[in-house]
Ligand binder design. Structure first.
Ligand code: NAD
Length: 263
């Protein structure tokens, strides 16, 4: 595994789900990590601190910020740089979902999904890039989705935001191509987090089946592996994108989706 000792990282939306798995993997590789998100940070702080290897000087901290607010997300990124003595890794991971057919899709919900899943990554990258240039080494990883590559019904805002973040990823990669800075997207398939649990519950109610059967139906509709991707697997994919082996990989989509987008 890559050593990220001495690197400073911020992972948005990292007190639960995928972001927490990514924060743990970064800490395990020796990076200092700033956590963020709306839930109680105490359990996440304990888990990520426990992942720091013995003898490592890595620090783990938390800062509250609504990433859809440009000033708040800017302050989050700056705080990570100040706390860790520099910023090297930005993971734009916070995300929300809303499902509805287009004609019934509330405009406020559209605006919020675009703000959290797309605009936040732009705000954070704007502040992070000059800080990465100061250190001379940077990695931006955007948590996109299989829905950054293909679409599904009733997810207009989410699919638009995730396709949008693929564009932002490519532009960021081109604008940093001559520097030791890369920008890539990770495109997960189904991961059993809060965001998906709510969709499983809705499917159970719609089809009149129990939660286990609903989870099986959710997978079989999209994910040929018929198994959920785990936050731990996504954390390891993230650490790979921060490794020396990946230093010439920039602007890509890395699907971790059990075959979803191969269909
Ligand atoms: P989750 O709900 O478990 O975690 C989302 C995190 O983002 C939470 O910590 C939440 O507090 C935080 N968050 C939400 N809005 C925020 C805001 N405005 N400011 C700051 N933090 C905010 O969901 P997850 O499944 O872990 O999702 C993480 C990312 O992975 C999202 O971008 C999501 O779109 C993406 N994703 C998830 C799946 C999946 O199957 N779960 C698949 C593909 C992509």
């Amino acid at each position: 595994m890559a050593s990220l000792e001495g690197k400073g990282a911020v992972v948005t939306g990292s007190v639960s789900g995928i972001g927490l798995g990514m924060a743990e993997a970064l800490a395990r590789a020796g990076a200092s990590v700033m956590l963020n998100g709306f839930e109680d940070p105490a359990p996440a702080l304990a888990r990520v601190r426990a992942a720091v290897p013995d003898g490592s000087s890595a620090k783990v901290d938390f800062r509250n910020a609504d990433v859809s607010d440009p000033e708040a997300v800017g302050a989050l990124v700056t705080a990570a740089a100040e706390t860790f003595g520099g910023l090297n890794i930005l993971v734009n991971n916070a995300g929300i979902q809303h499902t509805s057919p287009i004609e019934d899709f509330a405009v406020e919900r559209w605006d919020k999904v675009i703000a959290v899943n797309l605009s936040a990554a732009f705000y954070a990258s704007q502040v992070a890039l000059p800080l990465m240039r100061q250190t001379g080494w940077g990695r931006i990883i955007n948590t996109a989705s299989a829905h950054g590559l293909v679409a599904s019904v009733n997810k207009a805002a989410y699919v638009a935001a995730k396709h949008g973040i693929m564009g932002l990823t490519k532009v960021t990669a081109l604008e940093t191509a001559e520097e030791d800075i890369t920008c890539n997207a990770i495109n997960p398939g189904w991961v059993r987090t809060e965001l998906v649990e709510r969709q499983i519950e809705a499917l159970a109610e719609r089809d009149g089946v129990d939660i286990d059967e609903a989870a099986r139906r959710l997978l079989s509709a999209k994910q040929p592996s018929l198994r959920f991707v785990t936050p731990e697997q996504l954390g390891e994919a993230l650490v790979f994108l921060c490794s020396n082996a990946a230093s010439q990989i920039t602007g890509i989509a890395l699907p971790v989706d059990g075959g979803w987008t191969s269909q």
